[in-house]
Write a protein that binds this ligand. Structure first.
Ligand SMILES: Cc1ncc(COP(=O)(O)O)c(C=O)c1O
Length: 402
């Protein structure tokens, strides 16, 4: 094995302390788990080596490329069925980089109106500063999308399953509308993951994911990805390097580790969500349950077509409880298993209150129009034993009987 800058010469203590033990000198190839490359840069032998690395997209500087990030790029590209990916510091990093790399001054975007709140903030608060206009439409109504399109529409943007109303978008038909109008179709697949659906197979050009959620699944890393057609991802990569939002090595490693069990976890989470939705729909204290597995969900038929069956409609649901802060507080305190957390997709069931978190800044009139009332609670199903989870919710709901 070639030892980098090996020499018999001995230097002073102050110099040797920088050199000794800097490299692993025994063979250390093929470890069972990938090592973490916590290095800002890679040593280069000479200029020939440097140009060789440029040509082969080798490792030089961490903001451009890192082995752990590359490993996650390969995994994400495979899992979403794309041609290439970039891995970003967060889901928002992925979304903002993808959007900025696609638009220029004078362009127009048609976006779904029920999205993750901060994605809406990018569209409303940042893009107008750069001369990009956004029109919001209800993406469950294809006619509304068509009516919003202009000659300068560059992007159609939606989420597979919306937050927090859990509506479902007809991806194939929306892709058709986008492509007929020379627009790029971007889909956020965070809620479903590639275990539930692969939007690229339904006509999306780019798919963005917050890997912070179901993909990693352990609530210990913030990360995001853009995956899709190679030439679009290449442009997003150019922006990512300049904007400086590449995920670090440790985060990439954690998410890669989390994703190894994604298929097992998300299958169980989807099944738990469907069972919980059914049980809660039968409770006299729950006014409404939003989950595509339920026959009364407005896009139940579409969900069956896109996701296959009731057990594969995603791990997210929402419920409407009476608008009583006192009772909701009691209910939350009485739950033993579900934690209140401002995230989702972890292995434990979590709940969130959209009025106080994701839609805190949304004007009341607007959020009521979306169906986001004070009593709405969003639930992210975990991998607990279904019966334990259901019983815990049904017990805690008894506070509404008093
Ligand atoms: C659907 C969706 N997209 C994107 C994001 C942003 O992800 P991150 O927090 O990793 O930036 C979230 C966060 O909750 C989300 O729910």
């Amino acid at each position: 094995m070639e030892i980098f800058k090996n020499t018999d010469r001995e230097f002073s203590f102050e110099t040797e302390i920088l050199r000794q033990g800097a490299y692993i000198n025994a063979p250390a190839t093929n470890p069972e788990a990938a090592p973490i490359y916590l290095t800002t840069a890679f040593n280069v032998e000479d200029l020939e080596d440097l140009y060789d690395r440029y040509e082969k997209k080798g490792f030089c500087y961490n903001r451009n490329r890192n082995p752990n990030r590359n490993a996650l790029i390969d995994l994400m590209t495979y899992s979403e069925g794309g041609e290439s990916s970039i891995i970003c510091t967060s889901g928002m990093g992925a979304i903002s980089t993808a959007i900025l790399s696609l638009v220029k001054q004078g362009d127009h975007i048609v976006s779904d109106m029920t999205l993750y709140g901060e994605t809406i903030d990018i569209f409303k608060e940042i893009l107008p500063n750069y001369g990009v206009e956004v029109t919001f439409a209800d993406f469950t109504k294809l006619e509304e999308i068509k009516a919003a399109i202009r000659p300068n529409t560059k992007i159609l943007y939606t989420e597979t399953v919306s937050n927090p109303m859990i509506t479902v978008v007809d991806l194939d038909s929306t892709a058709e509308i986008a492509h007929k109008n020379n627009a790029i179709f971007v889909v956020d697949n965070t809620f479903m993951t590639s275990v539930g659906i692969r939007p690229l197979k339904h006509g999306a050009d780019l798919v963005v994911n917050s890997l912070t959620k179901f993909a990693n699944g352990h609530n210990d890393a913030i990360c995001g990805a853009v995956t899709g057609r190679a030439e679009l991802v290449q442009e997003a990569y150019r922006y990512q390097v300049l904007l400086g939002n590449a995920a670090d090595a440790f985060t990439s490693w954690l998410v890669q580790r989390g994703m190894r069990t994604m298929a097992l976890r998300v299958e169980k989470q989807m099944s738990n969500a469907a069972k919980l939705a059914k049980a809660l729909a039968a409770s006299p204290y729950v006014l409404k349950v939003n989950h595509p597995s339920l026959p009364d969900h407005p896009q139940h038929g579409l969900a069956m077509k896109l996701f296959g069956d009731e057990e594969h409609c995603g791990g997210m649901l929402s419920i409407v409880l009476p608008d009583s802060m006192e009772k909701i507080n009691l209910f939350m305190r009485n739950l033993n298993l579900a934690h209140y957390a401002m995230t989702l997709g972890g292995y434990r069931t979590t709940i969130a209150h959209p009025v106080s978190s994701s839609h805190y800044d949304t004007p009341e009139e607007e959020r009521i129009k979306m169906g986001i009332t004070f009593g709405l609670l969003r639930i992210s199903a975990g991998i607990e034993k279904s019966e334990d989870l259901i019983n815990d919710f049904l017990e805690a709901l008894k506070v509404f009987s008093e």
